[in-house]
Design a protein around this ligand. Sequence first.
Ligand SMILES: Nc1ncnc2c1ncn2[C@@H]1O[C@H](COP(=O)(O)OP(=O)(O)O)[C@@H](O)[C@H]1O
Ligand SMILES: [Mg+2]
Length: 288
Amino acid sequence: MNEISDVIPLINQRHGTSWSLVRRLPGGYLQGAYEIRGPGGERGVLKWHPTDLPAPQLLAAARSVDRLHASGWPTARWLAYGTLPEGDAYIVEEFVDGVVPTRLAANGLDDLLAANRLQADMHPDTHQDWSSYIHRVVFDGEAGLVARMRARPVTARLLTRLEHLIEDARSLSLPTTDLVHGDFVLRNMLVADGSLRVIDTAHVGKGTRAYDLACLLLETTIEDGWADPAVDPRRVESECLSIIGGAGLRVCLVGRMLHYLVFGGGWQDYDPSDLVAKCGSFIERYEA
Ligand SMILES: Nc1ncnc2c1ncn2[C@@H]1O[C@H](COP(=O)(O)OP(=O)(O)O)[C@@H](O)[C@H]1O
Ligand SMILES: [Mg+2]
């Protein structure tokens, strides 16, 4: 496998650029994000995906990010992208000189709802289908998340409740006409000059934009301090309901909750009791 220091010369050779590595940016996971610098001091960000981004998906995502940016969706533009001989994908993005927001204020929520509405009916031409993925995760055990939930008593008890929450929804097919970011949470945003920008766009695909709102709804409610008390999460919820209805929202929330609790490499390395308790309180209103 390539090292990041091998990847940059390959990119430069291919695109006729002279980027050099500055540092690994804090906050990412997996291979992460790197700050790079051009010969004139211009800043860029390199995202490197050794395994998780096949070429057709990368190309489709690049097209979607271009269209989103052109529509006014606040995001970092992709300056270059491609696939290396060993199959790893890279993306060179515009550097956003901002900070990851730690709290969502009311005007931030307005911006995010407006951005999310731009995602409606974009009909992205891609095989990255968030709606069918989420359906398979919750009903067919895809990605092993249901099995991971079962592996520990504390998450197994919550899983029983989650399964109950969606038992009438198996036959539901979520729409696939919108553009979906897939991880639409504050960790994937930056505030620059007072306005929010969405980053980490490599996995954009098709689906229902309500899934992105469900991510936002869950995580702004559960993560300590993420929502300003002036922010009313019901605004996000009612937008979801108007898009996909109650059963659709429950499927999206359950799918997201499984990711929240047991996705990624470190799922066994922490005690999930606190988060499970918060998730348990969060779903009470949907169990009624
Ligand atoms: N375009 C960008 N401009 C400035 N910083 C960025 C940019 N993209 C990513 N970062 C920084 O790198 C961190 C991780 O990026 P992200 O794309 O979310 O990676 P991961 O895929 O690991 O979640 C972000 O929190 C941010 O601090
Ligand atoms: Mg991220």
